[in-house]
Design a protein around this ligand. Structure first.
Ligand code: SF4
Length: 315
């Protein structure tokens, strides 16, 4: 039996592409690449895998992705999404796995001209060239309007059973989902945080202060964020769950009765930064007694920072 590797985002397009290929009797191993900006596998992904008969593997590329994000050779999309370089990275990683998984080609859920930059005809070609996967990337949703790939030429895949979807319309994909019995179709793409402008504002702040690391990106997903000085940033927990996470990371500022947010500092903090963070803690907890546990526990009285300062520091 022939086997293919699929780039699986968890979105509808990648799922449809996998099903189309499976229906031609090809075994598919779907790879969900973990970049730090996309969600990990969900229960629904595993359900689709069971329903349609494919295997899913997660591969961590967070460190490599961060390096790309700092300086993408092909630039950013509308927000901080380095889609062209991201695709090249994922395809290169997939290529590395071809022999390990005994697969002979790669499939993606890309649709010609669906996205203004990364899915133009010439860009698809460029991505293919840079990933050194010439003729080995099959895009089942648009294959009929793209040049034939090696698996089609060799008769492994029947081109006639592939599709000619073009542009931004979603109707053909929704129709296909119905045809394949997908009751609740997932979103078109996998939901990348780098397309969310407010999340990108926080990422930009880390970049500008040379603090973009895998660990700091994880922290962007929780709490309120404040740039309190050039070298220091404060994260304020919004609920018990977030407070627990921040305490486990080493947060040492919190209200003395623990009824309010924990504050975690990133970077190099001065005594002034600690005072500012404690005043922010006083603001959100509406309490003046704040513990500074560094290293021994000291309770100090702080006035809450002003609303104007909160707005000024907010990232
Ligand atoms: S949206 Fe995010 S995950 Fe998708 S290609 Fe662009 S950078 Fe990569």
């Amino acid at each position: 039996m022939h086997r293919a590797i699929a780039l699986y985002s968890g979105g509808l397009d990648s799922l449809l592409s996998i099903i189309i290929v499976i229906q031609q009797g090809i075994e598919v191993i779907a790879i969900k690449f973990l970049t730090g900006f996309t969600s990990p596998l969900k229960e629904s992904d595993l359900e689709y895998a069971r329903q349609f008969g494919f295997e899913i593997k997660e591969i961590n590329i967070k460190e490599k992705f961060i390096e790309i994000l700092k300086n993408p050779a092909h630039g950013y999309g509308k927000n901080l999404n380095p889609c062209i370089d991201c695709k090249i990275l994922m395809l290169k990683e997939a290529k590395e796995k071809l022999s390990e998984f005994n697969a002979s080609f790669v499939i993606t859920g890309e649709v010609l001209s669906q996205r203004p930059m990364s899915q133009k005809r010439e860009i698809l070609k460029l991505i293919e060239k840079q990933a050194t996967l010439k003729d080995l990337i099959l895009r089942p949703l648009s294959a009929k309007i793209l040049p034939p790939t090696k698996p089609e030429i060799q008769g492994v895949v029947n081109r006639e059973l592939l599709y000619d979807i073009y542009g931004r319309t979603r109707k053909p994909q929704i129709d296909l989902a119905k045809k394949f019995g997908i009751e609740k179709p997932p979103q078109p793409a996998g939901g990348c945080l780098l397309t969310d402008p407010s999340f990108c504002r926080r990422v930009k702040d880390l970049m500008q202060h040379d603090e973009l690391t895998v660990e700091n990106v994880e922290l962007l997903k929780i709490g309120r964020h404040f740039r309190i000085s050039e070298k220091c940033k404060a994260i304020v927990g919004r609920d018990e769950e977030e407070n627990k996470i921040l305490l486990s990371k080493g947060a040492f500022i919190y209200p003395s009765d623990m009824k309010g947010p924990v504050v975690f500092l990133i970077g190099q903090y001065s005594a002034k930064d600690i005072d500012t963070a404690a005043s922010i803690c006083a603001f959100y907890s509406k309490r003046k007694e704040v513990v500074i546990k560094l290293p021994q526990e000291k309770i100090k009285i702080y006035d809450a920072t002003t609303k104007e300062e909160i707005v000024k520091y907010r990232v």
